[in-house]
Design a protein around this ligand. Structure first.
Ligand SMILES: Cc1cc2nc3c(=O)[nH]c(=O)nc-3n(C[C@H](O)[C@H](O)[C@H](O)COP(=O)(O)OP(=O)(O)OC[C@H]3O[C@@H](n4cnc5c(N)ncnc54)[C@H](O)[C@@H]3O)c2cc1C
Length: 470
């Protein structure tokens, strides 16, 4: 048996934490043999990345993700292992989950039939889709299958299968919000894979298979969260890893090869020699950090990112006359001042605000093509934009009692994304001991990100480097 392999995981978001946690489990399973020594490095002073909960004065404020829609069970399994399963709570049941805000007011948008992304047949009873739009949707089973199997944009796919009205009235506001990009540029294969597969198999989207998990009494999948906020997950992973394995405020700035090992250089000047590196950061960081490796130069795929600002605002309950009887609303085409959606957090989840207050959160998004023009320059500008939006949508004139502002870059999967990532992985396979995980590759949902961490850890433990030392 040779010396235990050393692994450096770069990035302390959910992907990096899951990878490191799984690798450390391998360590505890094989106490008597050589097991990987794992170190996770995180550039910022806080672990968790886009899972970021602030708990203050009776508020549970989500700066990033606020929930997940269970499809494959990864989050629940991990939560159970971490003894967090008792903290899983469903979102409130409302007959209308979300409204679309049009020029003349709110229209019920996501109702009893479920989400049109998971279940396009719900369009037939969606009051936000015009009569002509519904007639066209009914014709979907007659639409010819697309030949060739090449990727296309979400707009092209939806318009072809379900019609221009379904795209404009339903999918454009919904998908732009979920995937952070212009659906005219988003990859159908990367963002709507189950629907694309139904067509490829010769099926109809209206008759296609249902997502696996649904509420018993409705056709809708549940929405789940943790009672103390989504950061409960990353905090617990961090706790299980222990401080010995985690270094915050440590940015990896360059990775090179030397004598058959990887050398990870940190911004502090410290160098870590290791056998395996898992990059769990955005691809722009991957390209930057690996710039000296001639084997992959020029092949790191460009995955553009969109800037998103999340503004949480607390108000006295009496400041808002609207009943807040849904999870929130999305702005329809041409509506709003740059805010794309607003979640009514204290209506969506229990215990998010003291009983005499409400918590609302607005999303300000700029597509990559827009540059940063729509992103406010400072937190005050973001709050002003959000207040202006709420004055228009909910007639709120009072000042908020508290505000919180968070800025993010989210990966945008453009047409051809899956092919570019596969080609890059093929190049990486020639470099022993270098792996990828995270939201930039095979899905940005919390489930997909956990899956990417689990897969990266499995690839490391099955690699020759680790197996040869056992
Ligand atoms: C506003 C918002 C709302 C969302 N809502 C939902 C939702 O409701 N449901 C859902 O399923 N998903 C949601 N998502 C998506 C989901 O939260 C993310 O895709 C996921 O958390 C990303 O995890 P990650 O580990 O891949 O990346 P990140 O969380 O971005 O973590 C990457 C980490 O790498 C670090 N890093 C970068 N460069 C370096 C370096 N050189 N050295 C060391 N560290 C580095 C960063 O500081 C960061 O902490 C949302 C995302 C956002 C932004």
């Amino acid at each position: 048996m040779t010396a235990p392999p050393r692994v450096v995981v770069v990035g302390g978001g959910l992907a990096g934490l899951t990878t490191a946690f799984r690798l450390c489990q391998l360590s505890s399973e094989r106490k008597k043999t050589a097991v990987p020594q794992v170190i996770l490095v995180e550039a910022s002073g806080r672990i968790g990345g886009k899972l970021c909960t602030e708990r203050t004065s009776g508020f549970v404020v989500e700066g990033g993700a606020d929930s997940w829609v269970p499809q494959t069970g990864e989050v629940e399994s991990l939560a159970e292992e971490l003894e967090l399963d008792r903290q899983i709570h469903p979102a409130a049941e409302c007959s209308v989950r979300a409204y679309r805000r049009d020029i003349d007011g709110f229209v019920p948008f996501l109702g009893e039939g479920g989400s049109p992304v998971g279940r396009p047949s719900s369009l037939l009873c969606n009051p936000a889709l015009s009569l002509l739009g519904r007639v066209r949707v009914r014709l979907e089973p007659l639409m010819p299958r697309r030949a060739g199997g090449e990727d296309e944009s979400v707009r092209s796919f939806i318009q072809r299968r379900l019609g221009a009205r379904a795209y404009r009235e339903i999918y454009e506001p919904l998908l732009g919000g979920i995937f952070g990009g212009d659906p005219a540029e988003l990859s159908a294969q990367a963002t709507l894979a189950p629907l694309v597969q139904i067509e490829a198999d010769g099926g109809s989207l209206l008759r296609g298979p249902m997502p696996r998990r649904h509420d018993r009494n409705t056709m809708r999948p549940p929405i789940l969260t943790f009672s103390e906020g989504m950061a409960s997950l990353t905090e617990r992973l961090h706790g299980r890893l222990g401080e010995d394995h985690v270094r915050t405020s440590t940015r990896a700035i360059r990775i090179s090869r030397d004598s058959g090992q990887w050398v990870v250089r940190m911004d502090s000047g410290v160098e870590e020699r290791c056998d395996v590196v898992v990059m769990a950061t955005p691809p722009s960081t991957v390209g930057d950090v690996l710039r000296e490796l001639t084997d992959i130069q020029g092949s790191v795929p460009e995955v553009p990112s969109a800037q998103t600002t999340v503004v949480n605002l607390a108000y006295r309950r009496s400041a808002i006359s609207h009943p807040l009887d849904a999870h929130g609303y999305l702005n329809g085409r041409g509506v709003g001042n740059g805010v794309s959606a607003c979640t009514w957090s204290s209506a969506k989840f229990q215990h998010r605000a003291p009983s005499n207050q409400v918590l609302l959160r607005c999303f300000i998004r700029a597509a990559p093509a827009d540059g940063k023009d729509m992103v406010p320059e400072n937190p005050e500008g973001a709050v002003a934009l959000a207040r202006d939006e709420l004055a228009g949508s909910l007639a709120v004139t009072e000042a908020p009692t508290q505000t919180w502002v968070h800025n993010w870059s989210v990966p945008v999967y453009r047409v051809g994304h899956t092919q570019r990532i596969s080609a890059f992985r093929a190049r990486l396979a020639k470099l022993p001991g270098l792996y990828l995980a995270g939201a930039a590759y095979d899905g940005a949902s919390i489930e997909a990100v956990i899956r990417s961490g689990v897969r990266a850890a499995a690839a490391v433990r099955n690699s020759d480097i680790v197996q040869e030392t056992l």
